[in-house]
Design a binder for this molecule. Structure first.
Ligand code: PEP
Ligand code: MG
Length: 323
């Protein structure tokens, strides 16, 4: 099987009835680029920049960040690179920020919330990204967006930093797409409104499932409630994809679910444009999609959206894809 997959490294990901989707990789550092190349990634769908900030005693400088972003953009040679701005908080702490302990860190002061308050940190990262933008195909993505004001504020800060750089004579790409992660239910529900202002969505199912099911993704006691195929999740995913397409935008997914064997047929049927996963899952997913027909999977998606439980969805997908 591995040998079979290896032949697919330079292949496009096209369903049996001719529909193309993009299979991208999730990375944490420039060191992960080799894995992306060796596994036939068509882009980076999620660059988790937190790792630049972790395991050290102070914030990374603008230049240090610039070098990392430039390395990734150059390494991808013009293929799309979605960089997520700092998503710290929740399970990812930065001791040197000396933030007060919280009762519910996953519902607390994290990600874009922190960036909009501690704007120095945010602006430094955005400047590093903008300076790196001329070295490849950069897309910028804000994490944990829960309402439209947050997106507007983040985007206007980005515009301000861009303006400053341009005034200083620094070259900045002028076609940078700006999108959001959809990982909070309020944003999934309002996707039609967001779709008019963002350039793209990337669905973060790791968090979207925990917030929708109210089940901590780190807590074993409630892991039985962490149900990726619960029709509640699938319906939210559909809302997001449909909303994007209605406005001519694209929708991706960068949670674990994007590379999951049960989820892939449903996501193909729902019309997901980009699947971003750990690099080592890409060839397997590609080989799976090559054998699936999108129009058949549309029927499957319609069916599972009307089922009652997580288990029923799993069974139905298995039966349907064996036929
Ligand atoms: C997600 O929430 O699905 C996601 C991709 O982000 P992270 O796992 O880093 O929270
Ligand atoms: Mg997340």
């Amino acid at each position: 099987q591995k040998a079979e997959w290896a032949k697919l490294i330079n292949e496009k990901t096209v369903s049996s009835d001719g529909h193309h989707v993009e299979l991208a990789a999730n990375i944490g550092t420039p060191k992960d680029l080799e894995g992306v190349k060796n596994n036939g990634g068509e882009g980076i769908g999620l660059y988790r920049t937190e790792f630049l900030y972790m395991g050290r005693n102070e914030l990374p400088s603008e230049d240090e960040q610039f070098e990392a972003y430039k390395a990734v953009l150059e390494g991808l040679e013009g293929k799309p690179v979605v960089v997520r701005t700092l998503d710290i908080g929740g399970d990812k702490e930065l001791p040197y920020l000396n933030l007060p302990k919280e009762m519910n860190p996953f519902l607390g002061f994290r990600a874009i919330r922190l960036c909009l308050e501690k704007q120095g940190i945010f602006r430094t990262q955005l400047r590093a990204l903008l300076r790196a933008s001329q070295y490849g195909n950069l897309k910028i993505m804000f994490p944990m967006i829960s309402n439209l004001d947050e997106f507007r504020e983040a985007k206007s800060i980005l515009e301000e930093e861009k303006e400053k750089l341009v005034t200083d004579g620094i070259k900045v790409a002028n076609d940078i797409e700006v999108g959001i992660m959809v990982e909070i239910p309020s944003t999934a529900v309002m996707a039609d409104i967001f779709a008019k202002e963002v350039d793209f969505f990337s669905i973060g199912t790791n968090d979207l499932i925990q917030y929708t099911m109210a089940a901590d993704r780190m807590n074993e006691r409630v892991s039985y409630l962490y149900q990726p195929y619960n029709p509640a999740i699938l319906r939210l995913v559909k809302m997001v994809i449909d909303a994007a397409h209605k406005e001519g935008k694209w929708a991706g997914m960068c949670g674990e679910m994007a590379g999951d064997e049960i989820a892939v047929p449903i996501l193909l049927g729902l019309g997901l444009d980009e699947f971003s996963m750990s690099a080592t899952s890409i060839l397997k997913a590609r080989s799976q999609i090559l054998r699936l027909s999108k129009s058949e999977m549309q029927k499957l998606a319609e069916e599972v959206l009307n089922l009652q439980t997580n288990e029923q969805v799993i069974e139905t997908v298995k039966k349907f894809t064996k036929k």
